[in-house]
Structure formats: C-alpha cells, structure tokens
Ligand binder design. Structure first.
Ligand SMILES: C[S@@+](CC[C@H](N)C(=O)[O-])C[C@H]1O[C@@H](n2cnc3c(N)ncnc32)[C@H](O)[C@@H]1O
Length: 240
C-alpha cells in the first residue's frame, strides 16, 4: 500500500492530483464502480429532501455530479457546486445542461467555507471527506453553513470488511483500480492514493461519531457495494 501524504501536505497533494486527473475522472468513476456511483448519488439527493426554493451546497463537488442530480430531482432548488481544484470545476462547467437550471460554481476550501452561517438548507458531499486534512473541521464548517433544521448527507468510501469477504475487495482496490488508473488516466500514483486513502479512512461508525461531535443529530448511515461505500446523514438541530 502506498504511503499517504502528511496532513500538512495533504491539501497541496490532493489538489495537484485532482488537477491532473480532472479530464478522466468521471469516466474512471463509472468504470471503477460499474456505474453504481450514480445510484448512490440519487440516494444522497433523495435523503437531502430538497423543497422548491431551497439552497443546497455540494462541497468537494469536483465535476458537479451531485449538484446536477439535485437540480434534476428538484429543478426549483438552487445548487452551489464548490471545490478547491479549479480544473475539476472547469470540467464540470462543460457538463452544464443546455437547458434548465445549472449549478453555480465556486472555488472554496471545505475547511474554511466562504459562506455565512446558516446559508444552506442542505449540504451534500461525494468522496470529499477522506481527502481533507481535518475531517472534524470539515464537518464543523458544514454544520456552520447549514440553517437550523438543515440536512447533511455524505457519500464516501468506508474501509472494506476484514476477513475472507474483504479479500476480493482488497485485490480489486490494490491491483485492479491502480491498473485502470494507469491505463485510462495514465496516473498510477493517483489511483494508488485513492484505494490507500479508502482503506485508512474512518469506519462508518467512527464517521457517525465525528458527526455527533460536530453537533449533528438524527445521524444514521447505510452501507452499499459489499460494505465499501457508506451514505451518512444528519441534521443541524432546529433549536440551535
Ligand atoms: C474524489 S473527488 C469527488 C468529486 C465529486 N464530489 C464526486 O462525487 O465525484 C474529491 C474532490 O474533493 C475536492 N477536495 C478535496 N479536499 C478539498 C478541500 N479541502 N476543499 C474543497 N475541495 C476539496 C477535490 O478537489 C476533488 O474534486
């Protein structure tokens, strides 16, 4: 397994990596998950329960799949797609639909969101948290920009199960994914980092505990894809 960058080097490392793979990112996502990622995104947005006129932030939006799905499910909502890798946002903007509502694109650091307190009705993220240097700080920022009663929904990888069931999953992560990365993105380093960061990320229960520390309530989660993907949700208390 490759070594991960130290926390103080992580933002620079992560931004440079996503800048390099931005143009191939969506294709690799579809291939590595056998197209399942889109069904998880639909579930994330369903769980955000957007109503007409509400605002949703997709943080670590990358090319904006979650923001676009939000506007597909609730065309009268407003979606902000924010990320600190300009190249990912640029690719995302080329995917804007010709007609209908489009996300608003913003360059933003998940650890210091450039939005006032209580701005959004929902904050969603896809595969962001495992890439940030400080998960708790990212959760605190999401909590801060949510309105009281607002919902957070998080899609990310979760370490694969131990034991026999985990063996084929680890083979896939350690060999097949880097091989696809070399072949398609021509960037084996990036696609070694992605499985390594997944294997070493918080367990689903630990992430739920971090959400509670950040102040969220009504927290829950479901695992998908043989226990390698988790969708977490929670709320900022109404009386906060
Ligand atoms: C694996 S991609 C996920 C993109 C998209 N959300 C998706 O579901 O496909 C992770 C994204 O998080 C962004 N990211 C990582 N750390 C970040 C930070 N501190 N602030 C903002 N974006 C960050 C990266 O630039 C990258 O675009």
């Amino acid at each position: 397994m490759s070594t991960l960058p130290a926390p103080h080097e992580k933002p620079q490392y992560v931004r440079a990596m996503f800048a390099r793979i931005a143009r191939r990112y969506d294709l690799l996502n579809r291939l590595m998950t056998a197209g399942q990622d889109q069904s998880w995104r639909r579930e994330v947005i369903r769980r955000a329960r957007l109503a007409p006129g509400q605002w949703v932030l997709d943080i670590g939006a990358g090319t904006g799949d979650l923001a676009r799905e939000a506007l597909r499910q609730q065309p009268r909502a407003h979606a902000v797609a924010a990320d600190f890798t300009w190249e990912m946002l640029q690719v995302g903007r080329t995917r804007d639909p010709q007609r209908g509502p489009r996300p608003r694109w913003a360059v933003a650091d998940a650890l210091r969101l450039p939005f006032p307190e209580a701005t959004f009705d929902a904050v969603v993220s896809g595969f962001l948290l495992r890439n940030v240097a400080d998960v708790l700080q990212a959760l605190r920022e999401q909590y801060r920009v949510l309105k009281p009663g607002g919902r957070v929904v998080i899609l990310d990888t979760t370490p694969p199960p131990r034991g026999l069931l985990g063996i084929p999953i680890r083979v896939h992560m350690r060999f097949i994914i880097p091989w696809m990365g070399r072949l398609i993105a021509r960037d084996p380093d990036a696609y070694r980092y992605l499985p390594s960061s997944s294997e070493r990320f918080l367990s689903a229960a630990q992430l739920a505990a971090h959400m509670a520390v950040a102040g969220f309530q009504n927290i829950g989660y479901r695992k998908r894809m043989f226990g390698t993907i988790a969708i977490h949700w929670g709320e900022r208390p109404r009386d906060d």
